[in-house]
Design a protein around this ligand. Sequence first.
Ligand SMILES: [Zn+2]
Length: 428
Amino acid sequence: MRILVRGGTVFTMTDRGILTEADVTVEGGMVRAVGKAPRDWQPDLVVEAAGCAVLPGLINTHTHAAMTLLRGYADDQPLMPWLEEKIWPAEARLDGEDVYWGTLLAAVEMLSSGTTTFADMYFFMEEVGRAVSETGMRAVLCRGLIGTAPHAQEALAEGVDFARRWQGAAGGRIRTMLGPHAPYTCPPEYLRQVAQAARSEGVGVHIHLAETRGELEECRRLHGVTPVALLDQVGLLELPLLAAHCVHLESDDYRLLNRTNVGVAHNPVSNLKLGSGVAPLETLLKQEVRVGLGTDGAASTNSLDLFQELRLAALLAKGMTGEPTAVTALQALELATTGGARALGLEGVIGRISPGYAADLITVDLTAPHLVPVHDPASALAYAATGRDVRTVLVDGRVVVDRGVVRTVDVQRVCREVKQRAARLVAP
Ligand SMILES: [Zn+2]
């Protein structure tokens, strides 16, 4: 399949910068060339991008996709009562089919708002894999592991088994990791076992880290170190590691996190909404930590629109530092693309529009009234656009959203199923 994405403002996210009235040629799932397509090059399909920005597909580095089922169910509560009294009891009722439909809904929402890759930690991961395969998305998946739960050893074995069987599935669009939930739900000995298993399987690890002040204080009291230093002690910082949140860091933590194999998923909306605080994005970037953006689950974030996260990431960095230059519009877009790719260990595969990269591309209509006039396309995208401005989405060189319509899934049926299933989960 040869696709020509014609005449857009192309954000290459490379040294070539932003190219106006440029074409992107796609063949065999990959970007072949960026610039002016040769006259004799015959595409099978033309995606008109005049008046549009063309961006690498956005990358959501931390979510729990099926939590769309619990969107808006328990808002305005602190993290621990929110988890213990509302979310965990509802999740205890989940079955595999619920997770399948919840993930499909998340995929519909993410794709239609421009996200082409997501990193997921949840349960019934076979069903998540099935949903990812069908929707045409790209994903990095892991089974969530609670080390203090009754069947923690079986869960670890299942997590390893899932990681082994699904690595490279869906034509290579699925990658896998191991997913210990957090230092406060996984004792050090369990984290050591996970690290050992990840090393022998050759996979990375996805974890929640330093999310709340309470977590930091408890970790100090129990183990005498910060959560980041604890991960260092158990050997997790030597592995490809994806650490979600990193809100409460101390000075030595930055040095520990500054490694090519460690990525941080910054989730500004979730951290604000759960009252956890604001991650020190500007310092993380200054310390050259690899940072991507995440939404977290829809039960805490409500919207999976990554445009919301990238805008807030820039605004918070400015507000917290008192410097309007702290994180620029283009830097915010980089966090959602190249930054995400780096954080997931997919640098060189996704996150840029450049020959040899996977053809994960989105077009964003810049002609709507709320974006006119476009003095600076980066500014329009970061500060004024929303996911609803996304028109066409390619993943792996396949059109999965066409002029705003998701092509791979029956969206009405997904919404119907999720409404019914959600009612059962929260029934008294
Ligand atoms: Zn999370």
